[in-house]
Design a protein around this ligand. Structure first.
Ligand SMILES: O=C(O)c1ccccc1N[C@@H]1O[C@H](COP(=O)(O)O)[C@@H](O)[C@H]1O
Length: 203
């Protein structure tokens, strides 16, 4: 069944919106250059308010593994998403220490970028065009992938159904596409869930 991740929740009300629409995953960005960045304390508070069935993903860019491990071991996060230059060794180290899923985000320019990570020990790959910039990439380079992956990058109500039908990812991942004026928009979140629910019975 198609999963959905709603990423970049950073205001207290974003948690209320997520509890209403109930995506499979929500993402907290631990990257201080992002307007969506949260602190460990905020994420801990948000985790407490979030419905227990919703899994929390921490988004990191070349973060000190010690900080990632702390968040995973304290139960603030269920999954780590590595969005920087992390290596295969970094991924395996986190998996060995925490026994929690690791998503490796891959910035896709062409098929070579995709193939370079197909044998990764990451629990999931995530194919994206950048870092939450809301830009789509050429999905045709994702053909014939024999493992589960998240599709991110510029997904929104207008292109989501096509993305699900054409790419058939394990999960769709949205951030900019569920925002208005750089804030999470509950109406857009509801619309996305409607589209995912409508698609789900087909699988
Ligand atoms: O959202 C951010 O600010 C961010 C910062 C650093 C790394 C990743 C970030 N976001 C990730 O970008 C994708 C898709 O975003 P969009 O839908 O294109 O806006 C998603 O995986 C976020 O986790």
């Amino acid at each position: 069944m198609m999963k959905v991740k709603m990423c970049g929740l950073y205001r207290p009300e974003d948690i209320d919106y997520a509890n209403e629409v109930q995506p499979d995953y929500v993402g907290f960005v631990f990257y201080e250059k992002s307007h969506r960045a949260v602190t460990k304390e905020q994420a801990a508070e948000y985790r407490k308010k979030l419905l227990p069935g919703i899994r929390t993903v921490g988004v990191f860019v070349n973060e000190d593994p010690k900080n990632i491990i702390e968040l995973l071991e304290e139960g603030i996060l269920d999954v780590a998403q590595l969005h920087g230059d992390e290596t295969e060794e970094d991924i395996q180290y986190l998996q060995a220490v925490c026994h929690k899923p690791v998503i490796k985000a891959v910035k896709v320019r062409d098929r070579y970028d995709v193939e370079a990570w197909l044998d990764s020990s990451a629990d999931y790959l995530l194919f994206d065009n950048g870092m939450g910039a809301g830009q789509v990439f050429d999905w045709s380079v994702l053909g014939g992938i024999d493992r589960e992956f998240f599709l991110a990058g510029g997904l929104q109500a207008a292109n989501l159904t096509e993305a699900m039908e054409v790419v058939r990812p394990y999960a769709v991942d949205l951030s900019s596409g569920i925002e208005s004026d750089r804030k999470k928009d509950p109406e857009k979140m509801r619309r996305i869930m409607e589209l995912v629910e409508r698609y789900r019975p087909q699988l």
